[in-house]
Design a protein around this ligand. Structure first.
Ligand code: DGJ
Length: 832
């Protein structure tokens, strides 16, 4: 709900309020962002007071000496008028002037979510509100009942309750207009923001920086939480106190990057998973981004988020408008978990679109780690047959099926089937897969080219290179210039043809190197419309990185828009492009090439701050693991992958009989509870809220509250470990539930040399007899069952002892290093 009256903008969601107002000088002053307020709350009680001149400040107007922009919490700021904090905008006019000062001119309110022509963004939903109905372009809307309290109007959780507010600002001297767009998604507590800059002058201007959003919050001893990493170690949580000065969370790789994910949180000093005020920010963008947080000398905290200004220079001709990607923000008073759940609901409801929105994701078998490039149709069919027997639903043929792609040195760009590997062609192979009862999925890396490829030999100029310089290779490949329409047309034709001729219902779209050598002949000295400036100064190379991403979105829109039935899984050497922009096209993203479950606890745990499990590709692979050599139980590999979109990616012919049995049971359990695991309400239980330091606890609660799945993961075991409790968060305290361990296999080899103490003969634990026993017989790990109210479950169920070196029996939980269990909680009674 958006109320605009008395010069105050009141944006209300289910549990939050964002208020700002127009000052006497026409700037937008932040009044409140946080808990939901009654509409008749006096804004004056919340607004920062200006009753003294603060030393070193610059008065905006000599007649109003207390009005200094540097000390006002603002919704937008310019440059050169006394606000010394980071400006969200830098525009250089034809005269070289950089000052900007935007002031209020008017606003518009419309139902539904405004959409961009070129950039993806959040949508109102399936029953999207009509973009025209009720749109009257009025400046002032009728005020709702202002006696109002904090109770929600009945329809406020409906998609129709989504509204867009556009606040129009103008800088008369610079002849620039700026539109600040706010889309309020009441049900999910998210506000999306974007800016549009229009040049109303007669000369082109150069945009060096234009953020999607800016806001100033009063400091609350904030901590800044960001997701950092690299290849095979993506999205590790970094949690640090916010000190004075500027903190930057950015990417320059051409991708949203595995180094610094675009999303971040600000948590008040003592906030934890369940308590405290937390603000969350993210960007619907897949390229270079920059988020900044700056604590001012007077403890205002400025947040900006948008396209990274580094290397950015966009030439805006007279009459043209530049629009930024969308930023999204949320607030929760119930800790990090609250913010995460807002973002999860938002992604599932307003970001993901097409036939896979809200739909159960299939269990995948992917051949990559089983075969790498070394396969034939026959070999894949054998794997597919085994995968089907285990319960997989979709067979994904990964890299290596086309051109001369027998290694990563050749073939990228040539998407015609390799006849040596597939003598009967691809459509026939896809039919054979479907004949086994599996859906068919296929891997491609359409943005890239190997120099050793027919495509490169025909069009060497399509690859990105800088004239006069040697092109830099990554994974032996170059990047195609997506700013060029003919390159995009070629890719659209190529990918569409493969999907249509094979009937693929899934595409894995990979991107295995970052951008370098940024240059496009198409952007060299190109005069813009109405521009009379063809010299070198007219070069648009500073637009390249952003135009690349616009080109990528154009591709994805043209290929997958008409094929909503295709499940797209974006991948970028794992999670190098895990962002809301890709999620607008790709309902799930391959989280990391690292499937070691212990590493995945950090990766998926970090991702879960901002993204729902329905977005995370998560596979079970071999142990010892191919990237870490860590040896982990098959059960834990599944238990972690179950908190995402489950897949298996290992050589199935190497599995023992008991491993097959275990996997069959894993998949059956997953299928029975996948709506909870993919779309439930996510709770992380951390050290501050009930989990031990060597434990990770995650719970997914079904949206209707009928069941919950909890994972208890032990990182390193402790000798004679103290009593364990299992906290299950997110249930109704007054309702009765039944909780039970998911029965899982206990493999004999986990007992090592201890087996010789219970056998009449001495056997080598690594010898042939014991290996045979391990492959043929399994024990079941300890199963516990209890009835309990939600209140008791939240407090923590007391679990049986772990193995302590003696007295092993069927009540002993055998976790050891990297052990884990899943617990299923089901509602058995009505609310008390
Ligand atoms: C990188 C991906 O992350 C892997 O899963 C696999 O698809 C390879 N590329 C194939 O080249």
């Amino acid at each position: 709900m958006i109320d605009v009256s008395d010069g105050v903008f009141r944006l209300t969601t289910r549990t939050t309020s964002l208020w700002f107002r127009v000052t006497a000088h026409g700037h937008l002053e932040e009044v409140h962002y946080g808990v939901r307020l009654p509409l008749d709350q006096d804004p004056q009680a919340l607004a920062i007071k200006r009753t003294a001149e603060i030393g070193s400040s610059i008065a905006y107007d000599e007649a109003d000496p207390f009005y200094c922009l540097d000390n006002i919490p603002l919704e937008w700021s310019g440059t050169g008028c006394g606000d010394y904090r980071r400006s969200p905008i830098e525009v250089v006019g034809a005269d070289g002037i950089r000052a900007t000062d935007f002031r209020y001119r008017g606003h518009r309110l419309t139902p539904g979510a405004a959409e961009s022509e070129t950039l993806p963004g959040a949508r109102a939903g399936q029953s999207e509100a009509s973009k025209t109905a009720g749109t009257d372009g009025t400046r002032e809307t009728s005020a709702p009942d202002r006696r109002g309290d904090a109770t929600a109007p009945e329809d406020e959780t409906a998609d129709e309750a989504v509204q867009t507010l556009v606040v129009e600002l103008v800088d008369e001297a610079a002849r620039l207009e700026l539109a600040l767009e706010y889309i309020v998604f009441p049900a999910t507590d998210v506000i999306a923001r974007r800016t549009r800059l229009t040049n109303r002058g007669e000369q082109p201007v150069s945009i060096r920086r234009l953020d999607s959003m800016m806001m100033d919050l009063p400091d609350r001893a904030f901590r800044l939480l960001t997701l950092h990493g690299g290849w095979i170690k993506e999205t590790h949580l970094e949690d640090r106190p916010l000190s004075y000065g500027l903190a930057v969370n950015s990417s320059t790789t051409g991708a949203s990057s595995n180094r610094n994910n675009p999303g971040f949180l600000l948590a008040e000093g003592r906030a934890d998973e369940t308590r405290g005020r937390v603000f969350g920010f993210n960007l619907v963008y897949s390229g270079n981004h920059a988020g900044t947080v700056e604590r001012s000398p007077h403890d205002l905290v400025r947040v900006t988020l948008g396209v990274n200004p580094e290397g950015f220079d966009w030439r805006l001709a007279p009459g043209e408008t530049f629009e930024t990607p969308q930023a999204v923000m949320t607030f929760a008073a119930d800790g990090l978990g609250g913010v995460s759940r807002h973002f999860h609901d938002f992604v599932n409801r307003h970001i993901v679109r097409g036939d896979w929105r809200g739909r159960a994701r299939p269990v995948v078998y992917n051949n990559w780690e089983a075969t790498f490039f070394d396969f034939t149709a026959g070999k894949l069919l054998k794997l597919a047959r085994q995968a089907k027997q285990l319960g997989a639903e979709l067979f994904v043929m990964d890299d290596g099926w086309f051109g001369r792609r027998d290694s990563d040195r050749a073939g990228l760009g040539d998407y015609s089937v390799n006849r040596r590997k597939f003598p009967d062609g691809l459509p026939r192979f896809a039919d054979q897969i479907r004949g086994l009862g599996l859906d068919f999925g296929i891997w491609m890396e359409p943005e890239m080219v190997n120099q050793d490829s027919d495509l490169y030999r025909a069009h060497p100029d399509w690859a990105i290179t800088t004239p006069g310089r040697q092109a830099r290779l990554g994974r032996h490949q170059l990047v195609l210039d997506l700013t060029r329409p003919e390159v995009r047309d070629h890719i659209v034709d190529q990918v569409s043809h493969i999907i249509d001729t094979t009937g693929a219902s899934y595409v894995k779209w990979d991107f295995n190197r970052n951008l370098t050598d940024l240059y496009s002949p198409g952007l060299a000295g190109r005069p813009g419309p109405g521009l009379d400036d063809p010299g070198p100064a007219a070069s648009r190379q500073g637009e390249f990185a952003h135009r690349y991403i616009l080109g990528l979105y154009d591709l994805l829109r043209r290929i997958f828009g008409p094929r909503p039935q295709v499940l797209l899984e974006s991948c970028a050497s794992g999670g190098n492009r895990f962002d809301l922009g890709m999620l607008c096209f790709s309902p799930q993203i391959w989280s990391s090439d690292d499937t070691d479950p212990v590493e995945r606890l950090a990766i998926q745990g970090g991702l879960s701050l901002l993204y729902p499990p329905s977005a995370m590709g998560a596979h079970v692979s071999e142990a010892p693991h191919q990237q870490t050599l860590r040896d982990t139980p098959l059960t834990t590999r599944f238990n972690v992958a179950a908190f995402g979109c489950l897949g298996y990616e290992l050589d199935l012919k190497l599995l023992s009989r008991v491993e097959r049995a275990e996997i069959r049971e894993q998949i059956a359990f997953y299928k029975a509870h996948r709506m909870t695991l993919q779309y439930g309400r996510h709770h992380r239980t951390d050290r501050d809220t009930g989990a031990k330091a060597n434990k990770v606890v995650w719970t997914m609660v079904a949206q209707d509250g009928s069941e919950a799945v909890t994972g208890l993961f032990q990182t390193l075991t402790q000798a004679s470990e103290g009593f364990d409790r299992l906290p299950v968060d997110g249930l109704d305290p007054q309702t009765r539930y039944h909780i039970a361990t998911r029965p899982q296999s206990l493999f004999v080899h986990r007992f090592g040399g201890l087996v010789k103490h219970i056998l009449p003969v001495t056997l080598n634990p690594d010898g042939r007899i014991m290996t045979t026993v391990d492959h043929q017989y399994r024990l079941t790990d300890c199963v516990e069952e209890y009835d309990a109210y939600g209140a008791a479950l939240a407090d923590g169920i007391a679990l049986a002892n772990q193995f302590m070196g003696s007295n092993y029996n069927e009540h002993t939980r055998l976790l050891g290093d990297f052990g884990s269990s899943l617990y299923l909680t089901t509602r058995v009674g009505e609310k008390n």
